[in-house]
Each structure stands twice: as C-alpha cells, then as structure tokens.
Design a protein around this ligand. Structure first.
Ligand code: GLU
Length: 415
C-alpha cells in the first residue's frame, strides 16, 4: 500500500499516539486535532506586463492557549490548506516545547516566487498582508519568514501594515531586517538551534563532533548556516543539495564557499572540488549527521532503511514520515524531531518581538546566550523523558509539549 503523505493526517497520527501514551483527556485531544481558525483569501497582483494574476493565500491559527499564534508565511507552489494546517499545529507544539508564550500559526501563498520579478514579489507581499490585516497583529497572530520568504518580504509587509494602521508596528511580525527592528541572530537562529541540539545529542550518545561527517539536504537559509556552525564545531561537511541537484566530497568542503557559490550561480551545482550526486543518493550517504533542511516527506518508507546516519537533526518541518520514524527507530538512528530541532527560529522570533514591544535591543551575544539556554533545556527535557519511556524522540517531544498545552487549556476552563 502507498504510504500516506498527507501531512495533516500525519500530525493527527502523531498526536493520537502521544495522546494515548499520556492518557489525554478526549476534550483536550479534540481541541488539538482541529485548528481554531483557518483563513483563505485571494491575493490579486498587478504583474509587470500590466495583467492581473490572482493567487490563493492561507493563514491557519491552530491553538492560542499559551499566547498569540505564531509562525511563518511561505511562498511556494505546493502551499495548500492541509499543509498549512499541519504546519500550524507543529508550531503549537514547538512553541509549547521550548516554553515560549505563543500558540501556533502558519500561512502562505500558492505561488512560485522564482517566476516573479522583485517588484511583483513586493506587490504580492503587500497585498497578502492587507488581506491578513484583520486577523493578525502583535497581540493576536505574529507571522515570520518560512520557505522562500525572507527579511525583505517581512519589511514590505511590516511597512504596508504600518501604513494601513497609521503607526509603526514592528511587533506585527518577526524576521525583519535589523534596521527595522529585527533581532541580532534571527537569520541564523533556526540553524543555531538545530546545531545546539545536535551537539547535545552527540554528547549524549558519545559521538565526537570533531571530524564527524555531515550531509545537508536543502542548502537554503537554515541548511547553509547549519553547515557553517557545524564546521565551527569541528565537523566535516561532505555533501549538500538543493532542488536542482547535489554536490559531494568525502574529504569535506568549506560550507561558506558553497553558500557563496550558490548565491552567485543560483544553485549548489558545479561547486569546484565536488562530484555531482543525485538527491536520492545524497540522503543515503554514510555519515554521522544528516540535516534535512528543506521540505516535508523526504525520509519515507522508500529510503528510511537505507539512511546511514547516526543522528538526524530536522531543520525542516515534517521531513520524516511516521512509518520512516519506525524504521529509523528500529535501526537505532536518533531522530531529533522538527519541533525540537528547528525551534531556534521561533525562539529568536520571540526575542525579536519582546525587543520590539519594549523598544530596547540586545547584542548578538545576549541573543546567543538566551537561545543556548532554551535549546539545551528543551533537549534535556525531551531526551530525559525519552530515556524513561518506550516511545521515540518525536512522540516524546509531543508528550512534553502537550502537557503544557493541557495545563493551559484546563486553567483557562476550556476543558
Ligand atoms: N518558519 C519558522 C518555523 O517554522 C519560524 C516561525 C517564526 O519565527 O515564527 O519555525
């Protein structure tokens, strides 16, 4: 039978297992199953040739028991309602897991931004935030960058919303350029958080990071920064790819040079000193650490039995299916689940929002220190619980997250 790759159904499945382990109140389970609100909108864009194209946008607010909803906006051709709902649910669990006062949200526009000019992307960004204006805000729902969105897009959105309101509202969203109230360390935060939990996991299983081999699937913002930070810890980056192909050198390469190459030519392909490798073969390379840093459903029943890594650090959201999790678990691969491994991004988003609300800004060192504390604590909470029960790291992470949500919903009187 074909494996179910509907990410919303995957979340339901993961949630059901965690609920059973926790003996969760059915009311609490029901509240977590469905998002509290889903918003769909049409976003018209005047194209450079004068025509108008209408794109479909979504924003899902999954649960706000712990605080205003929080999560990225992606611009990608595969954006769909079920995917947005799944990603919003993961945000709820992620924020709860690291103990920041947010619920979960996510949104996006179904569009291929690579086919749009810079001005068209600007108009799309401005029109999308106008459409979302009634349901977002610093106390309500706080967007951020996600796949194929970036600080510039956040800047246009913050500007448009501020013009609409007649006041400057930097706390509307996070991941802004520093000059507009962005935080030091936000751009590399997802990667830094991921590398901190990989480092802690390596320590826990007795793997020396010095000389450890690393494969990175997806050399975008998170993937390339993870490569740089892992190299700083002594690891050897041996392969990386993007949607157009991959590069491999068993002796390792400089991840910063690869980033510069990608920025220059648009992809990792053709990087000097490396062999080409297919996306399929890259995931199955023998390595110590595999970092999936792109999209959902890349480790499935089709390749899980061939994954040759000791630790998987999920910088992406949803890269591993439940069936693949089972196979990896049986084979002794330690999977650091997305809601833990990529929580550094939203954690520094929280710092950014706090700085915006108090209009007082922190140094890069302060941000790093605060992130380090939160990530190490979250890793220990999950890992220690994992050692004590029979379920994998992902379900354990869900259980830790759900306990806080359960308590918040109870004291609010929702159940
Ligand atoms: N898009 C990122 C994530 O999936 C960051 C969200 C945020 O900073 O709000 O975690």
């Amino acid at each position: 039978m074909e494996e179910n790759l509907n990410v919303y159904e995957i979340v339901q499945q993961q949630l059901a297992v965690a609920a059973r382990e926790l003996d969760l109140d059915p009311g609490v389970h029901d509240l977590l199953k469905e998002p509290m609100r889903v918003f769909t909108c049409s976003v018209p864009v005047r194209m450079d040739d004068g025509s108008v194209k209408v794109f479909t946008g979504y924003r899902c607010q999954h649960n706000d028991a712990l605080g205003p909803t929080k999560g990225g906006l992606r611009f990608h051709p595969d954006v769909a309602i079920d995917e947005t709902k799944a990603l919003a649910a993961w945000m709820t669990f992620k924020c709860s897991l690291v103990g920041i006062p947010y619920g979960g949200g996510k949104g996006g526009v179904q569009v291929n931004p690579k086919e749009l000019s810079r001005r068209e992307i600007e108009r799309l960004s401005r029109n999308f935030i106008r459409a979302l204006a009634p349901i977002v805000g610093p106390d309500r729902d706080i967007p951020a960058p996600d796949v194929y969105t970036n600080p510039q897009i956040m800047a246009w959105m913050m500007d448009e919303y501020s013009q609409l309101k007649g006041v400057n509202v930097p706390g509307l969203l996070t991941g802004k350029p520093i000059i507009l109230g962005g935080s030091e360390g936000r751009e590399e935060a997802t990667a830094r958080g991921c590398v901190i939990v990989v480092r802690e996991a390596a320590k826990a299983i007795g793997l020396d990071l010095n000389g450890a081999t690393v494969v990175i699937q997806g050399y975008g913002n998170a993937g390339s920064a993870a490569g740089r930070l892992l190299k700083e810890l002594g690891a050897k980056i041996i392969a990386a790819n993007d949607s157009s192909g991959g590069v491999h050198n068993p002796d390792g390469f400089d991840p910063i040079e690869l980033k510069e190459h990608k920025d220059r030519v648009g992809s990792v392909k053709g990087f000097p000193g490396c062999n080409e490798i297919s996306n399929k073969d890259l995931l199955e390379l023998e390595c110590d650490i595999l970092i999936p840093a792109a999209l959902e459903n890349v480790i499935t029943t089709k390749n899980a039995a061939n994954i040759n890594a000791k630790i998987i650090g999920e910088a992406a959201n949803g890269p591993t299916t439940p069936k693949a999790d089972e196979i990896l678990d049986e084979r002794g691969v330690l999977v650091l689940p997305d809601i833990l491994a990529n929580a550094g991004g939203v954690t520094v988003s929280y710092f950014e929002w706090v700085q915006n609300l108090m209009n007082f800004y922190w140094s890069a060192e302060e941000v790093k220190e605060k992130l380090e504390k939160i990530m190490v604590k979250a890793f220990k909470n999950v890992y220690n619980a994992y050692l004590e029960n029979d379920v994998n790291m992902r379900i354990t992470a869900y259980m830790v997250a759900i306990k806080r949500l359960d308590e918040a919903m109870r004291v609010r009187g929702w159940v």
